[in-house]
Design a protein around this ligand. Structure first.
Ligand code: ADP
Ligand code: MG
Length: 699
């Protein structure tokens, strides 16, 4: 069922409508009437005959027709009975405003489950409970107690916090900012964020989807759908801090580096969702996306009546990685023909402190025509002669005549520019309060455009030996062993095309020396115990041993010292391993998020991973481009490419390793977390080596 009945119902019943002005049941009725709703309103309350001049019904049945939307504002305990009535009369859409459900504990949770059972059986869709309601300005529908009906606009807003929505409504109403729809999703017992994002995605009045979320119900579905919808409409989300549930004690490097927000960051990036860090930022972005066309590219031109703010904008453009538009000779000649001799004709175009509206209008008109300009930022400071109102009118006028490129305005000041700001807003010019924020908005728009034109995602599948991995994992699960040790982790990796160093286990120093002899020097010795996760921590790794005697000494030392340090550990011997003589150490890893699945990690490897924290994450399965991007997102990347004449390493080989790992963890959801650390990579054309690896399985 579509959610249309929530936004444009022909009739609305308010169960729990009240005469008492202090009650929510009154507020909602008053808001419905105050908004000029044109459909029928049926107040339902057995204790009243009329409310505000409307006939009041004792129950839903006695209305004699089925209201398209039912709003419930009765105490929580009575809600199930009202839901039964809804089911009986065949209602299809219900908003439950009432609080006192899952958010208050076990009893409330059970009550909520009961109402949802009734709803599911009867095919009723429910928004709430514990919500503020729904507002659809274009339909004069204010089925909420959030405040007065806002203006109509292009932003559809959904909020998991009712109180925040009330604040947003107040800010919007004070500043004349409009909405297409506002929905308070409350406990989202039935209709959830994804249902609403989908509905807003299809809604013709909505150009931008914005929202505030604390949690996401179905991670996988969310990623796929949001990515699809983002291609048509920008999604701007504020997401507040996750729970600590994700940050459980992790045994891998990757697990301990993946914070609770990492998954959300990956999901937002993958789905093209624009994350907002504050209400202000969200308003700024929403205004720009809702009222202006998208820029064709990253080149920005600035028009200003003062040097200072122009430089501030220019600095921000550089900092954000946008381009400063280079105006054509034609533009400069045209500007020269009418601007005073002292004016700066190059970007930022300075029309000077005495510029009247007419000068701004001329400059804006000329600069808009320049093919090198993608976006224009108009800056104004209220100096002695400045006409902020007439300038605002001029900007609106030019933008209507030439609507192809985005124009943003920043009128610095307060009282003196207030009226101009109002005119700009009415004229659909986004007004941002400082040059830096305005440039940040332009950056977000340019990034979104780039995201939309990204290549189609193609995930490469490598030929691998799945059977082998299945065997190892099944054996561990049968024996209820969660940790897969180094040897078998490496067997798994080999089955997926990784190369690992040669080596074998020795139980005597003689044996160790023999193995070393066969491998060839230098070799590495490592303590071998299922109970030791990080061998270096206990002096269990000795690299660069060059002689048989050296091997014997190192063996004896480890076997003497480590059991003393860790009397409980079951030490099986010492691994004698060939030594990778050159190459750089990186880490490849994966941590599986409960909601969103495998998060791949790449970073600077070795024993300093947790100290340097130079890592990047991305959602699996990875495409070649995404794997490469993971590398580029770290500082290590510069080092890997080669610095100061030093030869670089095989970047493509690392990216391929990440893709192979991504395939492994996608094909084996039993793997909970894993690291390859270090993954030793050499110059182009050499095969990287998985020197150390570990995995753990799900519980
Ligand atoms: P752990 O992580 O359990 O301490 P590793 O096997 O990762 O043990 O070894 C620790 C460090 O020793 C590695 O990060 C690497 O710098 C070095 N090392 C270990 N094995 C080799 C090897 N075969 N070749 C070169 N360096 C090695
Ligand atoms: Mg290691």
């Amino acid at each position: 069922m579509s959610l249309e009945s929530f936004f444009s119902p022909k009739s609305v019943a308010i169960v729990g409508a009240s005469r008492q002005k202090s009650k929510v049941g009154y507020e909602i009725l008053a808001n419905m009437m105050g908004a000029g709703y044109e459909g029928k309103i049926f107040p339902v309350n057995p204790q009243a005959d009329t409310i505000e001049g409307l006939k009041c019904y004792s129950d839903l049945q006695s209305i004699g027709q089925v209201p398209e939307l039912v709003i419930i504002v009765v105490p929580a305990k009575i809600v199930p009975a009202i839901m039964q009535q809804c089911a009986k009369i065949g209602a299809r859409a219900v908003i439950i405003i009432t609080a006192g459900f899952r958010e208050v504990g076990q009893e409330g949770r059970e009550l909520e489950e009961r109402i949802i059972r009734i709803a599911r059986q009867a095919g009723i869709r429910v928004i709430g409970p514990n919500c503020l309601g729904v507002i659809a300005p274009a339909n004069n529908l204010n089925a909420s107690f959030g405040g007065a009906l806002p203006a109509t606009g292009a932003t559809g807003y959904l909020s998991q916090s009712g109180a925040l929505l009330a604040a947003i409504l107040d800010i919007a109403n004070t500043n004349g900012i409009g909405f297409s729809k506002l929905i308070s999703i409350g406990n989202k017992a039935d209709v959830d964020e994804l249902d609403l994002i989908k509905a807003l995605g299809e809604d013709r009045d909505t150009k931008v989807i914005a929202g505030y979320l604390e949690s996401i119900a179905d991670g996988n579905a969310f990623v796929g759908q949001a990515e699809r919808i983002s291609n048509n409409k920008p999604i701007l989300l504020m997401k507040s801090g996750g729970t600590v549930a994700g940050a459980k004690a992790a045994s891998s490097h990757t697990g301990s580096l993946a914070g609770s927000e990492t998954a959300y960051e990956c999901v937002f990036e993958r789905a093209g969702i624009i994350r907002c860090n504050s209400i202000k930022e969200q308003f700024d972005y929403a205004q720009a996306f809702g009222n202006q066309p998208l820029p064709a590219g990253p080149c920005v031109a600035v028009i200003t009546n003062a040097g200072g703010p122009g430089i501030m904008a220019a600095d921000a453009i550089e900092r954000e990685g946008l381009s400063f538009a280079k105006l054509t000779d034609e533009t400069i000649n045209k500007l020269a023909s009418r601007l005073p001799a002292a004016a700066n004709l190059y970007n930022p175009v300075d029309v000077l402190g005495d510029a009247l509206a007419e000068r701004y209008e001329f400059a804006l008109d000329v600069v808009l025509d320049d093919p090198n300009v993608d976006t224009i930022l108009v800056l104004l400071t209220p100096q002695a002669m400045t006409e902020s109102v007439a300038t605002a009118e001029a900007v609106v006028k030019v933008s209507r005549q030439k609507p192809a490129k985005p124009i943003l305005a920043c009128f610095l000041g307060a009282g003196k520019v207030e009226e101009g700001v109002r005119i700009l807003r009415e004229g659909k010019i986004p007004v941002i309060d400082c040059p830096e924020s305005a440039v940040a908005v332009i950056k977000v728009m340019a990034d979104y455009v780039r995201w939309r034109s990204r290549p189609k995602r193609v995930v490469k599948l490598f030929p691998v030996n799945r059977r082998k991995v299945e065997g190892i994992i099944e054996r561990h699960q049968r024996q209820d062993i969660r940790e897969i040790g180094e040897t078998e982790s490496k067997e798994i990796l080999e089955a997926y095309g990784f190369v690992t160093p040669k080596g074998s286990i020795a139980t005597t120093s003689e044996q160790a020396a023999n193995i070393a002899q066969q491998l060839g020097f230098p070799v590495v010795l490592k303590i071998w115990s299922p109970d030791i996760l990080h061998k270096s921590d206990v002096g269990g790794v000795k690299v660069g041993i060059n002689s048989e005697q050296g091997v014997k000494d190192a063996f004896d030392l480890m076997m003497y010292r480590i059991p003393k340090k860790l009397p409980e550990a079951n030490i099986l011997g010492v691994l004698v391993q060939e030594m990778c003589k050159s190459g750089k150490e990186v880490i490849l890893g994966m941590n599986r998020d409960r909601h969103f699945g495998p998060l791949m990690m790449f970073g600077m490897g070795g024993i300093m991973v947790e100290v340097l924290k130079d890592v990047s994450f991305y959602l699996a399965p990875l495409t070649a481009e995404e794997a490469k991007q993971m590398l580029i997102n770290t500082k290590t990347y510069q080092m890997l490419k080669g610095v100061r004449g030093e030869e670089g390493v095989d970047i493509e080989a690392i990216a391929e390793g990440l893709q192979r790992l991504s395939q492994l963890v996608t094909e084996f959801p039993q793997i909970q977390e894993m690291d390859i650390n270090p993954y030793v990579v050499g110059p182009e054309g050499t095969m990287p080596i998985a020197v150390d690896a570990r995995m753990s399985l799900e519980k």
